[in-house]
Design a protein around this ligand. Structure first.
Ligand code: FEO
Ligand code: CA
Ligand code: CA
Ligand code: CA
Length: 762
């Protein structure tokens, strides 16, 4: 979630109330455990290899020993298995030779469009697999899609978002990193389309019916659901004992610095070691040990605080007022308050109210400190603990991108905090990686080993194309001596990394969404979806654009300002060292409309085949090398619904710097020039639109089978805006996708395959 430039009815506009910063995905898989083998390149054919490496030889800045160096283990489309062999056995190699030789991005670009349909290239088929309400087992009734269902603990939740595929062996009982016929989809359910979820369209206001609250709580969280290939087609396996829901009522263990700290104490867990519920789960990441991380994003609006709570806190806990304001956890009813606290009495409802109570009555004043984390789930172990990983910081988490770990080095996790003017982070583990942990007997214990202790950093970008990682701990004098907030200990820092990054001088970014590591060279890509707060006066190198764009026509015409279309930034750790404190950066792509001004806006030279706005999901397929880009847009929607594109990036520094002149000052009263650092200009051979979704949807969530032949994608909240005629007039629904007819629209997972049986993306 979510769009900046459209009226939103069911979800808050991204942190619209968030105060400005106080300061002046694998996706590791089994990827690079051995790098892409030369054998795989040969099998992929010269054309594929060439297509994969467009732009890779354009810069002389690459550090010695980089995998991009000619003559080292250059990439190919099929990655080796853990044992080093090809993912295709020899018989498959012969059978697939003709298919494998087809070049990536060989498909015809899908045109922009506003149809209420999911459009994929000719030669591809998209099949709806798992919709809101679809049963997880064979004893749960089919979903009526009329707002009457009450058993979401056994059905798909709403607003499918980030997603991982955890492969299974042929029996469907055990993990097999190579398995391409069966797997477990782990799917985030970020939010709900209130009007379509309830029979009468839902009840707004400060008092919510218990039945609606219970349904919404249960429709949030995650699904774990098995898929299997039968007669060449994927289907949901409703017989699998792995199938389950995790919801906003499920218990989690608190780990890392917050565990047992006073900031985590609640009536549910006076010891501060447990908490209940995960909410607004957005992006995901697969850990090197096979579990899934899921990011809690816009959690602040789920918890109510009564008007006047700030005043009470200012006497009993004044630091908490600073922290709550920094995270936009404002008091009083906002327009998007869930008011789940009003659904009934007892702990299940009281926990959604963080108001400090009078007297000695236990209250949930600290409950907001228990949301905003990456949560870890072992899909293969339904009875294993679910964990909130506090060491990785509390923020508006999107996904978590792991670099392929090297034995004896720490593991590294990259993360974005999606709010206007927030930061990019990385976590470096204290524990050093052991390859024995790739297939451990206890995956959650392995998570404890690598994710309980480590160092959090925030990125500071310099205009010369370099940057630094600034440590967020009391060892950093800027953090320890921060005047605006006196950090008590490391728990206080990881609960409030926004404040720590303010202190450390990190760079305010244009809404960091997903990130992913390019398996070929370890460069890290971050989508910066857009920023209506970026002005001509505060543009800088990594966020260099602020401009006007017209949306719509006639009476509906509006002028959008700021970084309207977003961009995709990438960085390369200095020396390709995961522990590096410095990096180089540029901008892989600037979002734009093909007709946008070339000199200031369309800096990547986008054309009709590949123009896009508001990049959000981004994921490198470790199997094909394709960089998949998904949009969550409200700026270009007068022309097109949200989309997914396939890219074949080069590397940091492969483009030409561009000077953007601004007539307005940067605070000093004079005109100025900002130096943008675009990567190589896009062409249809390196960036092409692959998919356009139905009306009012967001395209998000992506996963792939290890053979690269099935791509799973989520279509979130089609037709989400409440219809003017209410639920009783289906003719006014903006979308009926995917069921058609007069049906209410609903979020869904689709699977995309190529009709010739080949790899997706060719
Ligand atoms: Fe859930 Fe920032 O997207
Ligand atoms: Ca989004
Ligand atoms: Ca997102
Ligand atoms: Ca426009």
């Amino acid at each position: 979630m979510m769009r900046e430039y459209e009226v939103r009815m069911t979800r808050p506009p991204h942190d619209s109330d968030a105060p400005p910063s106080h300061s002046s995905n694998a996706h590791f898989r089994d990827v690079a455990r051995a790098r892409l083998s030369r054998r795989a390149v040969l099998r992929g054919g010269a054309a594929a290899a060439a297509a994969l490496f467009v732009g890779a030889a354009c810069s002389d800045e690459e550090t010695a020993g980089s995998p991009l160096d000619a003559g080292t283990d250059t990439g190919g489309p099929n990655l080796p298995r853990p044992d080093g062999s090809s993912p295709l056995d020899d018989a498959e190699v012969a059978k697939d030779a003709a298919v494998a030789e087809k070049p990536l991005l060989g498909f015809s670009a899908v045109p922009k469009g506003r149809a209420d349909a999911l459009v994929v290239p000719a030669g591809y088929t998209a099949t709806v697999l798992f919709r809101l309400g679809d049963p997880l087992d064979s004893t749960t009734a089919a979903y009526a899609n009329d707002g009457t269902a009450t058993d979401f603990d056994r059905r798909a939740g709403d607003h499918h978002d980030g997603m991982e595929l955890c492969p299974l062996d042929a029996t469907g009982q055990r993990r097999d990193p190579r398995g391409s016929e069966r797997g477990l989809l782990v799917i985030n359910h970020e939010n709900v389309t209130t009007w379509a979820l309830h029979a009468n369209g839902g009840t707004a206001g400060a008092v919510r019916p218990r039945e609606e609250v219970d349904r919404e709580v249960a429709a949030h969280g995650l699904s774990v659901v098995a898929v299997r290939k039968v007669a060449g087609r994927f289907e949901i396996d409703r017989t699998s004992s792995f199938n389950r829901r995790i919801t906003a009522a499920t218990s989690f263990e608190v780990r890392g610095p917050l565990r047992g700290n006073a900031l985590a104490t609640t009536p549910y867990s006076p010891a501060g070691t447990e908490t209940r519920g995960t909410i607004n789960n957005c992006g995901t990441g697969t850990t090197p040990w096979g579990t899934v991380l899921s990011g809690e994003e816009n959690w602040a609006s789920y918890v109510f605080r009564a008007t006047g709570d700030d005043l009470v806190r200012s006497t009993v806990d004044p630091k908490s007022v600073v922290a709550l304001r920094r995270y936009a956890a404002t008091e009083g009813d906002g327009p998007f308050s869930k008011r789940w606290d009003s659904g009934g009495t007892g702990d299940m409802y009281a926990r959604w109210n963080a108001t400090v109570s009078a007297g000695a009555t236990p209250d949930y004043r600290n409950v907001l400190n228990t949301f905003g984390y990456l949560v870890e789930v072992d899909p293969y172990a339904p009875r294993a603990a679910l964990v909130k990983r506090s060491a990785l910081g509390r923020m508006a988490h999107e996904g978590a991108a792991f670099r392929d770990p090297k034995a004896g080095k720490p593991i590294v996790v990259y993360m974005g905090d999606d709010s206007r003017d927030e930061y990019i982070y990385k976590f470096v583990s204290k524990a050093k990686w052991s390859d024995a942990d790739r297939e451990p007997s206890d995956r959650i214990a392995t998570g404890h080993k690598y994710l309980d202790e480590g160092t959090l950093y925030a990125a500071k970008f310099l205009p010369d194309g370099t940057g630094t990682w600034e440590e967020l701990s009391l060892a950093n004098p800027l953090v320890a001596g921060f005047a605006a907030y006196a950090f008590a200990d490391l728990a206080d820092v990881v609960v409030n990394p926004r404040l720590a990054a303010d202190a450390a001088g990190a760079t305010k970014m244009d809404r960091p969404e997903w990130c992913s590591v390019n398996p070929k060279n370890n460069e890290v890509y971050f989508t910066l979806t857009n920023n209506s707060r970026r002005t001509t006066a505060n543009t800088d190198g990594p966020n260099p654009r602020a401009y006007d764009d017209v949306r719509g026509a006639g009476d509906a015409q509006v002028t959008q300002r700021g970084n309207v279309h977003g961009h995709i930034l990438r960085l390369a750790e200095m020396g390709d060292d995961p522990e590096a404190r410095t990096f180089r950066w540029d901008v892989y792509l600037f979002g734009a409309e093909a007709t946008s001004e070339a000199a200031r806006v369309n800096l990547s030279g986008l054309t009709a085949e590949n123009d896009f706005s508001s990049p959000d999901g981004l994921w490198f397929s470790p199997y094909s090398g394709v960089c998949w880009i998904q949009t969550d847009d409200g700026a270009y929607t007068d022309v097109t619904n949200c989309m997914m594109l396939a890219g074949l990036p080069g590397k940091v520094g492969d483009g030409t710097a561009a000077a953007i002149p601004y007539a307005t000052d940067g605070g000093d009263g004079g005109a100025r020039t900002v130096m943008a650092r675009p990567g190589a200009r896009a062409t249809p051979a390196t960036l092409k639109r692959f998919l356009v979704g139905p009306v009012q949807c967001e395209i998000t969530g992506i996963a792939e089978t290890p053979d690269g032949k099935a791509l799973f994608v989520n279509i979130q909240h089609p037709g989400e805006e409440p219809p003017a005629g209410g639920v009783s007039d289906p003719t006014r629904f903006a979308s009926h996708w995917p069921d058609g007819g007069a049906a209410r629209p609903r979020s869904a997972t689709v699977v995309i395959t190529k009709d010739d049986g080949g790899r997706v993306g060719t």
